[in-house]
Ligand binder design. Structure first.
Ligand code: CAA
Length: 247
């Protein structure tokens, strides 16, 4: 088992939703957390304050990770502040759901940029640092939509499936090192993203979930913790946390 005390993590989009749950879980386990946010500055600062009140270590860094210069500055801020980087959680993501007939090029590009190109943008500057860790972890929060597709989600599904392919390929390339690369594929989790689904559509989705409920952000965070702590021999995998909706 890996001792996480003193390890350093970046969580992109780490101030709200699933990202915030991941941030809290890692901090509670002794990880110094760099909370990346784009526009949620208040949420990020209050999360930093509450982690510090509980004896943890955290730093909030604004960066739009769809921009490679800003992503590089995020990684520099982490390494300059804490002297190392062990864990990168690619969590930042957005939806712009439209049926394909109505999907604009802008909606296509924006979702690919924020959800998928951001992974390249962060891993690229982070890898040299993570490679120096005795237990490096690159974890990308993909989605059941990248595995099964979703109505009105061609852009999001393509990005999330892209994260899975990226994960498998990088895992192969890094398998001889101490760095593991994995994806977590959440199902429908109770966040503001899912709250935007029209009520009648959401009811139909929940009815199809074998466990008959939405997941909680903390249930995804536990998956991240597991991969960080106990995942030394797990690489290139998709960890499905979806109440049985996709098997
Ligand atoms: N399955 C089948 N038909 C569907 C459908 C579905 N899931 N959703 C919508 N439709 C149908 C509608 O009933 C309607 O049919 P009629 O024309 O026969 O009445 C038609 O599609 C609407 O088509 P439009 O071209 O007008 O669709 P639109 O461009 O207005 O898009 C939508 C509608 C944006 C897809 C809207 O239905 C929607 O938001 N659906 C929810 C999408 C969704 O589930 N998003 C998941 C977000 S959470 C997430 O992504 C997190 C994660 O990782 C899991």
């Amino acid at each position: 088992m890996t001792n996480l005390q003193g390890k350093v993590a970046i969580v992109t989009g780490g101030a709200v939703g699933i990202g915030a749950a991941i941030t809290k879980e890692l901090a509670q386990n002794g990880v110094k957390v760099v909370i990346n946010y784009n526009s949620s500055s208040q949420a990020a600062e209050s999360l930093v304050a509450s982690i510090k009140e509980n004896g943890g270590e955290a730093l909030a860094v604004q960066a739009d990770v769809s921009n490679s210069d800003q992503a590089a500055k995020l990684v520099s801020a982490a390494v300059d502040t804490y002297g190392q980087l062990d864990i990168l959680v690619n969590n930042a993501g957005i939806t712009r759901d439209r049926s394909f007939k109505k999907l604009s090029e802008e909606d296509w590009r924006k979702v690919i940029d924020v959800n998928l190109n951001s992974v390249y943008n962060t891993v690229s500057p982070a890898l040299a640092h993570i490679s120096q860790s005795d237990a490096g972890r690159i974890i990308s929060i993909s989605s059941i939509i990248g595995q099964a597709g979703g109505f009105g989600q061609t852009n999001y599904a393509a990005a999330k499936a892209g994260m899975i392919g990226f994960t498998k390929s990088l895992a192969l390339e890094l398998a001889k090192s101490s760095v593991t690369v994995n994806a977590i594929c959440p199902g429908f989790i109770e966040t503001s993203m899912v709250a935007e689904i029209p009520e009648n559509v959401l009811e139909q989705i929940v009815a199809k979930i074998p466990q008959k409920r939405l997941g909680q952000a903390e249930e995804i965070a536990k998956g991240v913790l597991f991969l960080c702590k106990d995942g030394a021999y797990i690489t290139g995998q998709q960890l499905n946390i979806n109440g049985g909706l996709y098997m």
